[in-house]
Design a binder for this molecule. Sequence first.
Ligand code: MN
Length: 238
Amino acid sequence: MGTTTDDVIPVPAVPRVRVRGGGSFPVRRIYCVGRNFADHAREMGAAVPASKAERGTPVFFMKPADAVVTGEAVPYPPATTDLHHEVELVVAIGRDAPPGVLPVEQAQALVFGYTVGLDLTRRDLQAAAKAKGLPWDTAKGFDHSAPVGELVPAARVTALGPQQLQLRVNGELRQQAPLSDLVWDVPEILHELSKLYALRAGDLVFMGTPAGVAALQPGDRFEASLEGIADLRGRIER
Ligand code: MN
């Protein structure tokens, strides 16, 4: 295929995530939601809305598609001494959104499936960026910053809500919360994203993390789970 095009460099590989039951999911973009669990917003020193009506708008940022990690080995990134874990529900978009703002009631139809992932964060760089009012890109969008588990088609999943999102590091429980604690649920987030971007098949959405974020060290082993749906195991390489 490469020999018949006039590309002046080899076409970069498309990142792919395995799908339960067979096949693979090519990744186009990775959207992430910040401050989507009240207890985590609180631990980061951010304001917590008193009610749904006072939520304002969600905090969004992105990671490059090739930040996805599907194997067990996650390299410790350069330029940080404070790499943090954030365990998250990850939503995979399987159909292009229609033009315009996506109504909340139509959002679920776009969902291909779900998995659990880690939004790895250089917390020291994020704190420095926040202090200066600068973008979070170097804190969030670095190489190997998005380990994800096997994607589970939505048809195999019962309604989201009671399932516990959980992360253990070296066997110790670090983060745990039910999906019902999300400030913005999946259809609401897709609706909000569609005001800013054209959602397309191949997009992943990291839905935000509950409290308990903390440092990972070289050699640490992690086990993340989305109860009854998906698992993710790996280790931070030295
Ligand atoms: Mn996050």
